[in-house]
Design a protein around this ligand. Structure first.
Ligand code: DHB
Ligand code: FE
Length: 285
């Protein structure tokens, strides 16, 4: 059977991808960001998954205002890095897992969550920057990836509770797949940031750190936080954090199992306009 062994949470700031691609990781400004991922890059090598179920948001790249799926699962064999205006990032193409992705789509839809099935989709910084942060700059990504895009760009956005419950459904789906696979689930985006308007540049360290505390200790309580609180406290783009609840909902303790081990926790301000947050939680085997 396939099993979810761990969850990883990280910001996806596009400037982080540019810093990597342009060889600036050792500059003092960026060293402080990348240094927070040293542990995790080694941990990824030591705990290599077969597949990463990667929850992220598309930033009006593959989707536009013409079509806005709330939850979209990538079932294709491969996904190309998107051109976001400066040409595609020089990173490997993303290799999918169509069999597992189709199985999850079937199971999750039968558990009453409506997913959009996507057979062709370019993936933007929301997906490629987390891969770069956790894997560096390999010639090929070392595992398969199922892209799972969540609408947090155009209102109405899904609630934290719906995301958390969806994570539970994804766990059931993965565990009902016959093949023995080591699957990680990643929640990406955030932390506090606002890119526009009079509050542009807003950062809320206290709220972010409380979010991290509660994500570890009280995820169901955290799932009850209404979307307006994210926007008021963590800025208009802070709403990206609801995606972390999908990954957290898929962990063993939520289904009555043991609590996960916190392998790594990192928080840093600033990276571009955002607070960077990062967590690695491991399920007991
Ligand atoms: C920035 C952060 C994001 O999450 C994003 O999607 C785009 C830009 C920024 O900080 O510049
Ligand atoms: Fe973003």
């Amino acid at each position: 059977m396939a099993r979810i062994t761990a969850s990883v949470y990280t910001s996806h700031v596009p400037a982080i991808g540019a810093a990597l691609d342009l060889g600036k990781t050792q500059e003092p400004y960026w060293q402080k960001v990348f240094g927070g991922y040293d542990f995790s890059r080694q941990w990824m090598k030591d705990n290599q998954p077969d597949v990463v179920f990667l929850v992220y948001n598309d930033h009006a790249t593959a989707f536009s205002l013409e079509m806005i799926p709330t939850f979209a699962i990538g079932t294709a064999a491969e996904f190309q890095p998107a051109d976001e205006g400066w040409g595609p990032r020089p990173v490997p193409k993303v290799i999918g897992h169509p069999e597992l992705a189709s199985h999850i789509a079937h199971s999750v839809i039968q558990q009453d969550f409506d997913l959009t099935i996507v057979n062709r989709m370019d993936v933007d910084h929301g997906l490629t920057v987390p891969l770069s942060l956790l894997c560096g700059q390999p010639r090929e990504w070392p595992f398969k990836v199922i892209p799972f895009a969540v609408n947090v760009v155009q209102y109405p956005v899904p609630s934290g509770m719906r995301c958390f419950r969806l994570g539970q459904a994804i766990r059931k789906a993965v565990e009902s797949f016959d093949e023995d696979l080591n699957v990680q689930i990643w929640g990406t985006g955030g932390m506090s940031h606002q890119l526009q308007g009079p509050r542009a540049g807003l950062i809320n360290r206290e709220w972010d750190n409380r979010f991290l505390d509660r994500l570890i200790e009280d995820p169901e309580g955290l799932a009850g936080v209404p979307h307006l609180e994210y926007v008021q406290e963590a800025g208009s783009e802070g709403i990206e954090l609801v995606m972390w609840l999908i990954a957290r909902g898929a962990m063993a303790d939520v289904a009555g199992g043991p609590k996960p081990t916190v392998k790594h926790r990192f928080y840093h301000v600033p990276a571009s306009n955002t607070a960077v947050g990062h967590l690695v939680l491991e399920n007991a085997i």
